[in-house]
Design a protein around this ligand. Structure first.
Ligand code: UP5
Ligand code: MG
Length: 196
C-alpha cells in the first residue's frame, strides 16, 4: 500500500476528555474512518492466541504506554484493512501518539499527520466522567487508582507530543468542558478553518 493518498488526523487529549465521543460524531458527518489505539489494543488483548494479551492488560491497568511496535503495527493493519474493504483513506487516529517515540516512528514509517485535534479538559472534569463511566464500562482502567496513573502518564509522557506538534503549528485545540454537542460545534468550526 502507499501512503500517498492517505490523510491522518491525530486526536489527543487526556483520559476522558471526550476523544471517542467526538470521533463518533465526526465519522457520521465527515465519513472519516475512526481508529482508536486503545480500542485496538483492547481487541488484541482479548484475541485468543495473542502473544501480547497479558502484556497489554498490565500496561492498560497501570496506565502506561504499550511498546510502540505493537500499537503502530495494529494501527497500520487497521488502516490497510479499511482501505481494502471500503476504500476509506481519511483516518482519525484517536489516543495516539502518546509518546514522542511513537509520534516520530509513525510519521516516518507510515505517514505524516495533517494536524492534531487536541481536546483540552481539566483533570477534575475528566475524573468525574471516568468514574461515572466506570460504573458500567467494564474497563479495567476506569477506577480511581488507574485513573490517577493515567493522568500522570498523560502529563509526563503524552503532553510533550502535543507540545512538539504545537511547535510545528499542527495543533487544533478545542475546549472540551462543555456538553458533547457544544464541544462538537467548536470542532466543526475549527476544522472548517483548517480546510476540512
Ligand atoms: N463524555 C464525553 N464527552 C463529554 C462531554 N463533553 N460532556 C460530558 N460527558 C462527556 O468519554 C469519556 C466519558 O465521558 C464517557 O462516559 C462519555 O460519555 C463522557 P470518551 O469519549 O470515551 O473519552 P476519551 O477521551 O475517548 O476517554 P478514554 O477513556 O478512551 O481515554 P484514554 O485516552 O484514557 O483511553 P484509551 O482507550 O485511548 O487508552 C487506554 C490505555 O491504552 C492507555 O492508558 C494506555 O495504557 C493504552 N494505550 C497505549 O499504550 N498506547 C496507545 O497508543 C493508546 C493507548
Ligand atoms: Mg477513548
Amino acid at each position: 500500500w502507499s501512503s500517498e493518498n492517505v490523510t491522518v488526523i491525530f486526536v489527543l487529549g487526556g483520559p476522558g476528555a471526550g476523544k471517542g465521543t467526538q470521533c463518533a460524531k465526526l465519522v457520521s458527518d465527515y465519513g472519516f474512518k475512526h481508529l482508536s489505539a486503545g480500542d485496538l489494543l483492547r481487541e488484541e488483548q482479548d484475541r485468543p492466541g495473542s502473544e501480547f494479551g497479558e502484556m497489554i492488560k498490565t500496561y492498560i491497568k497501570e496506565g502506561t504506554i504499550v511498546p510502540m511496535e505493537v500499537t503502530v503495527q495494529l494501527l497500520e493493519n487497521a488502516m490497510k484493512a479499511s482501505m481494502e474493504k471500503d476504500g476509506k483513506n481519511m483516518f482519525l487516529i484517536d489516543g495516539f501518539p502518546r509518546k514522542l517515540d511513537q509520534a516520530h516512528a509513525f510519521e516516518r514509517s507510515v505517514v505524516p499527520s495533517k494536524f492534531t485535534l487536541f481536546f483540552d479538559c481539566p483533570e477534575e472534569v475528566m475524573q468525574e466522567r471516568l468514574l461515572n463511566r466506570g460504573k458500567t464500562s467494564g474497563r479495567a482502567d476506569d477506577n480511581a487508582e488507574s485513573i490517577k496513573k493515567r493522568f500522570k502518564t498523560f502529563i509526563e509522557t503524552s503532553m510533550p507530543v502535543v507540545d512538539e506538534f504545537e511547535g510545528q503549528g499542527k495543533v487544533v485545540k478545542v475546549e472540551a468542558v462543555k456538553g458533547p454537542d457544544e464541544v462538537y460545534e467548536d470542532v466543526k468550526a475549527k476544522l472548517k478553518q483548517r480546510g476540512v
